[in-house]
Design a protein around this ligand. Sequence first.
Ligand SMILES: [Zn+2]
Length: 181
Amino acid sequence: MKRRNLLAGGLAVIGGATLFKDLFAQRPGPAAPDAASVKTAIEQSKGAAPKVEKLTLKPEEWRKRLTPAQFDVLRNDGTERPWTSPLNGEKRKGMFHCAGCDHVLFSSEMKYESGTGWPSFFTTMPGAFEKSTDFKLIYPRTEYHCAKCGGHHGHVFNDGPSPTGQRWCNNGVALVFKPTA
Ligand SMILES: [Zn+2]
């Protein structure tokens, strides 16, 4: 009996290790942004905020404009599965825009590898977002949404890299990346 349990336990460990390896294959761990990017990003974040003209559409109009996955995140406060966005690995120079309204949200210099499976940024472009507190989980979280169309993008946390200490955890499906080169 004891031996059988040991064997079962051993197999479970091997099975778990295989699953663990599979889950974390090709998944980078957290990495601090480089100094040059930080310098550029901080300068960009302190620029003048653009004048924002609000975009208000009816749900059916949003449904026509967005894919079902974009609609779920932007208009329904959904969360995409981690490690599913191609933008996780996006390393080119350029700008990240709102998929709902094209508002400019982040520069490529603001992006860093948080190891969470969602595109993450340590600051934002001026006037990009507005914030609110949500209580969907037991603890309150700071939700942020596009200042132009009100579309939900993600949550901001205080465990980001220096100098801001911010981690803007963004659903990749809510973003459109436009490379500058
Ligand atoms: Zn927007």
